[in-house]
Design a protein around this ligand. Structure first.
Ligand SMILES: *Cc1c(COP(=O)(O)O)cnc(C)c1O
Length: 721
């Protein structure tokens, strides 16, 4: 047994299977279904119980079970097959990046993010931002881009959602046992555990650094729950987006400043610094400080920082941008500006945003002032963002504000159902996954027979309905339901009915209530004889967002109302695992944000990849993704209407689309029982969305437009036209 196994408290692993431990500690398995199937095959009930976490599996599996599978030739064959794929992946020299940038010898791109959504077993993400970061890392690994991630390993993560009998959301925090997740302490070049320290106001906070391996990419994640931090400071990194403003500022100082020190301690010299959203923007200050400490003047340091850094902004909602009072910044950074060679005022001006009530310190302004390249996350978001931050470039016309747009995408292998993957493997060119962003590859979806495509869609919907019933049983059992109520779950939802999925954060601007504007009309839509429709909702509201929680309560209550019950379900505790069932198993993916508040959104991209059709407001990625033949756009953008009037108009438009187009097309079957029109639209959706809205396309854009110009120190890119 090697040291890794002993340290991890694993069940003794037979020597024939020794490399299972290594496999468990590389999240490569999270986007390679054959690796997951290998773990599942060892003990299926346990695999579900440990929530698809191989580290926990190897800790809890019985020794007799391990020894039994070690004697099964079929298991050993699979084991060696997975390892061969893993080794080929990890040692490949011929990567996309090495082919395109053969002479690049610089350091890695360092990617700072407050959250990383990699897998349900590692609950250190809250939503879209985290999922995007996770997908970005996996794609960097796939392309062979030198890349490291920096963030927090939150011991309590975000929260687990439970819904009370009256629909009230409860936030449950569970402490993650780091020994049970695929994370190991990070060691420096001398073999010492890495601990960094940051001065916050008058105290010093320490953070221990953990290492998570994601294919070829390393993430370094900090945790402050260590000696000798005082108890309140130990909780500094306990939760994602918890606490008050001071807590938030403390977290962000640790994330940015501590994060930059992690890299320094590890001897990593990034070629590019990528600040993902405002939270980690202090990293650029710390980079500048290190240059000043090495003897440069601040202006020179700033020039260097700007030449090598990238800032991505993710929200058009003003309240979504972190700001702090000047006094708080002054208190927490007392002494820091001197180390930058700056006066107090010059320091505060780096993040200064003037409001009618006085100046505040904005993390986005800091990012825009200190980074040299900036981008929004969809074309429409680019327009909104240029308008929003125009005041920083007062001499430029709005169109020339130098904020580019790089539209988000999804990591195909992470979100594609294995059953759909099998179809693509059979009908698309053999190397389709390596060329996933090449539209030509996807022309071949036309060659998938309707019967095969529809069979997979039916299978995925049925798997979703099974999942819904199982989750409802768990929910009802917790609420103390009677036996007959539990039994009635067996007939909840219809395995063959048109199924609409709606899952996202329950913020008011996402307008989950839009479907309920006219209850009688909704009832008619759901209950047409022979054409049943069902809607599955899921999503968390931020624990402090009372209006968001109220919307959940309403949806939950509607789900019990006569005429809606059985057709509407609210599933508690939305996470990556549930997202996979939903975006793979629904027929329609519904998105109803108030335009233009959705920066991009990615769940609809995941859905389209799996043959699910989008019905969405023209916002975020869909404003550029919709081509008139690949789904439906709800209503007309109209920036003149007040919110209530816009809601009324959009909900009417949504009902009409469902009544006149979606439902008839889904239920129009030929003599083989196939919805030919639906299948045609499905093909168009896959073909038009899968290549363009992949992280392969997205990351190559980051590399070409942002990373390489920064790494090569060429002059700043001009504004796109
Ligand atoms: C994809 C995903 C998101 C982001 O999707 P949106 O379209 O922005 O709502 C959020 N949470 C989970 C669990 C996801 O998988």
């Amino acid at each position: 047994m090697d040291i890794l196994q002993i340290a991890s408290g694993f069940t003794p692993i037979p020597s024939r299977l020794a490399r299972l431990a290594e496999l468990a500690y590389n999240l490569w398995w999270s986007w390679h279904p054959t690796a997951q199937e290998l773990f599942r095959a060892m003990d299926e009930p346990l695999w579900e119980e440990v929530y698809h976490n191989p580290v926990r599996l190897l800790r809890e599996i019985r020794q007799v079970t391990l020894e039994r599978v070690a004697r099964q030739p079929e298991f050993l064959r699979r084991y060696h097959g997975v390892l061969a794929d893993f080794d080929a992946y990890m040692t490949a020299q011929d990567t996309w990046f090495s082919r395109h940038y053969p002479t690049f010898g610089g350091g890695p791109v360092a990617y700072f993010s407050a959250e990383f959504g990699l897998h349900e077993a590692l609950p250190i993400y809250s939503g879209g931002l985290g999922i995007l970061s996770g997908d970005h890392c996996k794609q960097a690994s796939d392309l062979g881009l030198p890349f490291v991630g920096v963030g927090f390993l939150y011991p309590q993560g975000y929260f687990r959602q439970q819904i009370d009998a009256d629909g009230t959301q409860q936030a449950i925090y569970e402490k993650l046992n780091f020994a049970e997740v695929p994370a190991l302490p990070a060691f420096d070049r001398n073999g010492c555990e890495v601990v960094v320290e940051v001065q916050l106001a008058d105290r010093t906070i320490y953070a221990k650094v953990w290492h998570i391996q994601v294919g070829r990419v390393a993430l370094y994640l900090m945790d402050t729950d260590i000696h000798p931090n005082a108890p309140p400071d130990r909780h500094l990194s306990a939760r994602l987006y918890g606490g008050d403003r001071e807590m938030r500022l403390s977290q962000e100082m640790m994330l940015g400043i501590g994060g930059a020190r992690v890299l320094q301690t590890l001897g990593i010299r990034p070629a590019v610094w990528h600040v993902n959203e405002g939270h980690p923007a202090f990293a650029l200050l710390e980079y500048a400080r290190s240059l000043v400490q090495a003897g440069r003047r601040f202006e020179e340091a700033l020039e260097e920082v700007r030449a090598t850094s990238v800032f991505t902004t993710h929200t058009p909602v003003p309240a979504g941008h972190d700001v702090f009072p000047f006094e708080m910044i002054e208190h927490f950074f007392n002494g820091y500006w001197k180390e930058l060679g700056l006066s107090r005022d010059a320091f505060l001006n780096l993040g200064r945003q003037d409001q009618p009530w006085g100046p505040i310190f904005s993390m986005t302004v800091l990012g825009l002032r200190m980074a040299g390249r900036y981008n929004a996350v969809s074309r429409l978001h680019g327009e909104v963002t240029r308008r929003m931050w125009h005041f920083l470039w007062p001499d430029q016309p709005i169109e020339q504000v130098p904020i580019q747009a790089i539209t988000n995408g999804v990591h195909t292998a992470s979100w594609l159902a294995p059953e759909m993957k099998a179809l693509y493997d059979e009908y698309l060119p053999a190397d389709w996954l390596e060329r996933v962003d090449d539209p030509a590859v996807w022309e071949a979806v036309d060659s998938i027979p309707d019967t095969a495509l529809w069979a997979v869609r039916q299978q995925l919907r049925r798997a979703l309905i099974e999942f819904v019933r199982q989750r409802m049983r768990t929910h009802l059992r917790r609420l103390g339901a009677e036996a007959w109520q539990l039994e009635s779950v067996a007939s909840l939802c219809d395995r063959d009915a048109l199924t609409i999925g709606f899952a996202r954060r329950f913020a008011t601007y996402k307008r989950a209530y839009l479907l309920f504007q006219d209850i009688e009309r909704l009832k008619r839509i759901l209950n047409q004889p022979g054409r049943p429709v069902q809607i599955i909702f899921a999503g968390k509201a931020h624990p402090a967002d009372e209006p968001g929680k109220e919307i959940i309560r309403q949806v939950y209550r509607h789900a019990k109302e006569p005429g809606l019950a059985g057709h509407i379900v609210f599933l508690e505790d939305y996470d990556i695992n549930m997202a996979r069932y939903l975006i793979q198993g629904a027929d329609v993916w519904l998105n109803t944000p108030r335009r233009p508040n959705e920066a991009s959104g990615t769940s609809g991209q995941k859905a389209a990849l799996n043959g699910v059709l989008n019905v969405s407001i023209s916002d975020g990625w869909w404003a550029e993704g919709y081509n008139g033949r690949n789904g439906w756009t709800i209503g007309q953008p109209n920036d003149q209407l007040d919110p209530a009037a816009q809601d009324a108009e959009d909900s009417r438009a949504l009902y009409s689309i469902l009544e006149e187009q979606v439902i008839p097309m889904f239920y129009e079957r030929d003599d083989q029982g196939l919805p030919r029109g639906w299948l045609k639209m499905m093909r168009e959706s896959i073909r038009s969305v899968a290549p363009t809205f992949s992280t392969a396309r997205m990351l190559k854009e980051y590399i070409d437009k942002m990373y390489m110009p920064a790494a090569m120190r060429t002059s700043k890119p001009t504004v796109e036209g």
